[in-house]
Design a protein around this ligand. Structure first.
Ligand SMILES: [Zn+2]
Length: 482
């Protein structure tokens, strides 16, 4: 429960600083007395999403969504009113008195909330174990220190340690009133009849945060070199964690992604940490999964510009090239940086530090089409058939780019790189598009598109207590609130 005076204070602060709240999610540009940006609630190329700092409200003229800062957070994060208020309270440093949930209260919370309560508890437990137990310090903290991570980075990412003992977390959580049902559903505990065990025992822990900063899952790295299990282990898919829809580090990166208008995409947890430690915070990782459309859309909410950073392992690069085609398909601008042999983002960031690393990226990042062509061209060894196949492949990549001007630039480039006349490339693209259309026409209407996102939770809109009733109108091409 939050008392109404605190709610009012938070609502007031949020109204006065609505651009602050929204610009964490949307790249806003000043337009007269208002701000304008691409709507985060529907797909658009021309901005029709307006924020009025004066009135403390937002409105999208494309999809019609509008309201105050609290409504925005509720809609965007798919959270409840109370959750939005709490999140804004944290943002504006307004203290909210909260009681520790009693076992009865825990029982009454719905499943999702209960799971989040358990993951939050576990994150705290792991972090405490890391710093406050002998085993945590010598094994877990010892590992992070040996990797060169500073305390501020360890704390920023809530890194932790899960002890060797079979059910240390499970037992302590149950003693504190957390139900085994939710410990199991979040994947923290493995339960078989009377046997209970901690999934992550003996591992250092990397909590995975949602966009709003809640811990929704964990990654654990085993430390024993003789271990027979996988080096990295992740929480299983659950009601609160869909690994294809989240990026590691997005919560810590999103503001800087907007500010810098660029995202660096790296491979692993420690790569993200090293970049942060070097002072570069607009960095995320897809952590173990091939890049998905949902992850790309998640990045696209903040900026269309992305630099993918690879370490020089050719097998890994070829495997991920399909992922980049997806990025282009979403209309994003992709650059690629190949690190020197023997370096990974982790080692390289440590070696160079912020300024030199950023300079290196600027000097060496290449356009994706160029990158793909040069990597694959080496493989053809001047074999004409292989070369023809490569041209087909590159043309297919170009054909997915939605913007015709961008496409034309790439065609010009490709023509030069591969020594093929531009009209030939245009003809090939035409053929691919025609084939695609024919395929789509043949597809039975009931079948969903291949990349369709899973259905979102539907929430019944709830009026916000002090949501202002404001009418928007268009005068001389400007949007005004009255
Ligand atoms: Zn919209």
């Amino acid at each position: 429960m939050i008392d109404s005076a605190t709610v009012d204070r938070i609502m007031e602060a949020a109204q006065g600083q609505i651009t602050d709240v929204i610009s964490e999610y949307v790249n806003l540009k000043r337009r007269g007395i208002n701000y304008i940006g691409n709507c985060p609630f529907h797909n658009e190329k021309t901005p029709s999403f307006i924020v009025s700092p004066h009135k403390g409200i937002f409105k999208c003229f494309g999809c019609g969504k509008g309201g105050n800062a609290v409504n925005f957070l509720m809609e965007h994060e798919q959270i409840t009113f109370v959750e939005a208020i709490k999140s804004l309270g944290r943002k504006f440093h307004i203290h909210i008195e909260e009681r520790e949930p009693s076992p009865e209260a825990l029982q009454h919370q719905n499943e999702r909330e209960s799971m989040m309560v358990v993951t939050e508890y576990a994150a705290k437990y792991f972090a405490q174990t890391l710093y406050e137990t002998d085993e945590g310090q010598s094994v877990g903290l010892g590992y992070f220190r040996q990797r060169g991570f500073r305390d501020d980075i360890i704390k920023k990412f809530q890194l932790g340690y899960s002890p060797e003992q079979r059910d240390a977390l499970t037992r302590q959580a149950q003693q504190h009133g957390y139900k085994i049902e939710f410990l199991e559903k979040t994947g923290l505990s493995i339960v078989r009849d009377d046997y209970k065990a901690d999934r992550f025992r003996g591992r250092v822990i990397f909590p995975i945060h949602s966009l709003s900063g809640k811990v929704i899952a964990f990654g654990g790295r085993v430390l024993k070199s003789d271990a027979k299990t996988a080096k990295y282990l992740n929480s299983p898919e659950s009601e609160i964690y869909h690994k294809s829809r989240i990026l590691y580090g997005i919560y810590q990166a999103r503001q800087e992604m907007v500010r810098q208008d660029r995202t660096y995409l790296v491979e692993g947890y420690t790569d993200v940490l090293s970049f942060h430690q070097a002072g570069i915070t607009n960095v995320v990782a897809s952590s173990g999964t091939a890049l998905t459309v949902d992850q790309i859309r998640l990045m696209a909410r903040f900026t269309p510009n992305i630099t993918i950073i690879y370490d020089g392992d050719p097998a890994g690069i070829k495997a991920s090239i399909r992922g980049i085609d997806l990025v282009l398909e979403e209309g994003m601008n992709v650059k690629v940086l190949l690190l020197p042999e023997g370096e990974d983002p982790d080692s390289f960031a440590k070696k160079l530090g912020k300024e030199k690393l950023l300079q290196y990226i600027r000097d060496n990042e290449t356009d994706f089409i160029k990158f793909k062509t040069s990597i694959l061209l080496e493989d053809t060894h001047n074999d004409p058939i292989k070369r023809a196949q490569l041209i087909q492949d590159i043309v297919r990549t170009i054909s997915v780019i939605p913007d015709s001007i961008v496409r034309a630039v790439y065609i010009k480039e490709c023509s030069k790189l591969m020594n093929v006349e531009e009209p030939v490339l245009y003809t090939e693209i035409g053929k691919i598009k025609k084939k695609k259309q024919e395929k789509e026409a043949l597809r039975p209407a009931v079948r969903p598109p291949v990349h369709e996102a899973p259905p979102r939770r539907i929430r019944i809109p709830r009026p916000c207590p002090s949501s202002p009733a404001i009418r928007w109108s268009r005068k001389n091409g400007k949007y005004c609130a009255s």
